[in-house]
Design a protein around this ligand. Sequence first.
Ligand SMILES: [Zn+2]
Length: 326
Amino acid sequence: MTRRLVPLCLLAVFTMACNEATTSPEPGDASVAESQALFKKVGAATPAAQKASAHLQQLNDQLAQAGADYAVARAELALSPKAGPDQALIVFANDRMLRLNSRWVPGDARRFADGANLTHLYYQAFALANGSIDSEPAIDASFETWAAAQCGNVPLVKRADQGVFPSAVFFGGDPFVADIVTLGFLPGLIFDLVLGDGAAEGVLGVTFTFVFGSFDADGNFTPSDIDNNGLEDTALKEVWYNDDFAWNTDGVTDIDNTDIETVAFHENGHALELGHFGKIAINASSGMLVVSPRAAMNAIILGTLRSPLGTDNSSFCGNWAKWPNR
Ligand SMILES: [Zn+2]
């Protein structure tokens, strides 16, 4: 297994800058230099991020041994402003693939596609947030907002949960019960175990992207591109929410509370192949992460935002205006 000898293929994809609007620094202000130094550590190959990457690779080793035709490619994390400066925003499996972006292929028989529709399913077992909040209407609303977005025509179809465990990340049940699976609200402990130490306190939600391809005899994975668009072919998406946070459906998002629909809208943007947007910094006075300019696809969740802003719309149109044609 020579691939175990290659260096970590762990990337953090985002740009860095100091957010002047929130810190109002004076020229030469020492706190600015300090925040920029801190900020360079964000998303670096920290022990926590390496652990997360290794965990995704373990999953791919299992998939290789099982003869699967898909592998986990990446996990995109939505962070609380309280997340530590070492928290990664995106984690790749610890293999030597240079990861490209991926796209859904309309009518892909490998995922039992419902024609050009994209199907989504909410697994009921973990649907209660904080033990009592029915999160499903907020999750549904987030899908409906994307379906109605400009350049829409994204045929999002909800499937009923039949009780089959649908997790590809946990390597259990049938992950192809729908294209996009919302597994639900999981304990922070699970976030730490899968995404590395600190995730329980810093990561609000995560979207895992699996892509189709083939494993060779050594377990090395080569992604496919059957529609020749220069992008990997998405196999499935799995979305988790961190139940260690205090959630609500009332549109309240502050340092201690988070609106479910806001994070669902962000995560389901990933499900529709939108990436993160915005420059991240640390507010030198509060120590909290900030991001600008504002977008639903900001990696840091700064307030309630249940609909797309300018860059969200342009990214969405870029992906979907011609669907199912290219
Ligand atoms: Zn995200």
